[in-house]
Write a protein that binds this ligand. Structure first.
Ligand SMILES: NC(=O)c1ccc[n+]([C@@H]2O[C@H](COP(=O)([O-])OP(=O)(O)OC[C@H]3O[C@@H](n4cnc5c(N)ncnc54)[C@H](O)[C@@H]3O)[C@@H](O)[C@H]2O)c1
Length: 332
């Protein structure tokens, strides 16, 4: 898919489902900047209108991807980026059925009602389930439903939903549609909220209030945190790479491979803020009974590098500082 060709005849248009959420709030302005008309479809369950810029080329529809009647007039876009999802461990645990249905039925609806338009499906690193031996997770890794079910705590939930969503995309691609499946790894940045279990904003909020930072488990688990601006720019570059749309080559890990332990993350945030907060370790099972935490989540980025070249992901300290710079400006 050549973005510059789209520009040649008429103004290109993109539908972003879930676009009023955290990632959408960065993706929508990025598409506006390169000349797209942007339609956001979101039920505002976790997203907000305040996340979106006011712009003549941006329009908004408040509806759920589960509401088939409301989706019937969706054809006519040049591109769909499907972000809508129940996101965050807290929400997924509270309502696994809705989480799974949103991923599977919701994606099926979006595939059905957007015609044959090229579509990006936003999956997740959770599709690697509990395969966390410290080995980098590669796009072609064997993934079993049993492993995903263990990750979801024995009920079809977020990880199973994302995997089954991918399979809908793979089937659509086999039938001739352009489908690109992206697996983000812990995207962070401004406008992400800590309310639903996202660790960085939750830690920053606690550290700002000088209350304890709660770590689930011993804190030695590691993650890779990916700056949202770099994520969005990489995703947009990916759209122009034909190989990324080819069936069999259309699943891409997108994220930083710089690991940090959750203990180190908490300490960095406390230090950056100059907070008096303590660190409190809470047994993972007391918060998520029946579930097991992933010990190390680390992407193999060789495929994304072969498509995009080296991506220079800002390090975690720099990303934490962008949160703090903006907060100090808005507080001052
Ligand atoms: N942020 C991350 O670290 C991360 C990591 C892996 C995958 N992802 C994926 O990226 C996408 C965007 O995530 P985010 O971090 O911006 O989360 P978010 O919660 O901020 O965004 C999700 C958006 O989907 C909307 N939504 C939920 N259910 C809907 C429904 N039934 N109909 C219409 N809209 C609905 C919400 O209101 C919200 O605006 C999701 O698909 C998520 O699974 C995010």
């Amino acid at each position: 898919m050549n973005l510059s060709e789209l520009h040649s005849d008429k103004q290109p248009s993109v539908l972003i489902t879930g676009g009023a959420g955290f990632i959408g709030s960065h993706l929508a302005p990025a598409f506006l900047k390169i000349g797209f008309k942007v339609r956001i479809l979101d039920n505002l369950s976790t997203g907000t209108l305040e996340n979106l810029p006011v712009h003549p080329d941006l329009s908004f529809t408040n509806c759920s991807i589960l509401d088939e009647n409301a989706l019937k007039s969706l054809a006519g876009f040049d591109l769909v980026v499907h972000l809508a999802s129940v996101v965050g461990m807290k929400l997924a645990k509270q309502n696994p059925v809705l989480t799974y249905q949103t991923a599977v039925k919701g994606t099926n609806n979006i595939l059905k009602y957007t015609g044959n338009t090229p579509i990006v499906l936003c999956s997740s690193s959770s599709v690697y389930g509990l395969s966390d031996t410290g080995i980098k997770m590669r796009e072609d890794a064997a993934i079993t439903d049993g492993n995903l079910l263990d990750y979801d705590g024995g009920t079809l939930g977020y990880a199973c939903g994302k995997r089954h969503m991918e399979q809908l995309g793979i089937a659509a691609a086999a039938a001739g549609r352009k489908v690109l499946i992206v697996r983000p790894f812990n995207v962070i940045g401004l406008r992400q909220v800590g309310t639903y279990g996202m660790v960085v904003p939750a830690f920053i909020q606690a550290a700002m209030a000088d209350i304890p930072l709660r770590i689930f488990g011993d804190g030695n688990q590691t993650r890779c945190f990916s700056d949202v601006n770099t994520f969005v720019q990489s995703l947009i570059r990916l759209l122009s790479i034909d190989l990324a749309w080819q069936p069999g080559s259309n699943i891409v890990n997108l994220g930083s491979d710089q690991t940090v332990s959750i203990n180190a993350l908490a300490n960095k945030i406390i230090r950056a803020i100059g907070s008096a907060s303590a660190i409190e370790h809470v047994p993972f099972k007391s918060i998520f009974p029946g579930q097991v935490d992933v010990q190390n989540r680390l992407p193999d980025t060789s495929y994304s590098k072969s498509l995009l070249g080296d991506i220079s992901w800002p390090n975690i300290d720099d990303v934490i500082n962008t949160f703090l710079d903006i907060r100090s400006i808005s507080n001052g």
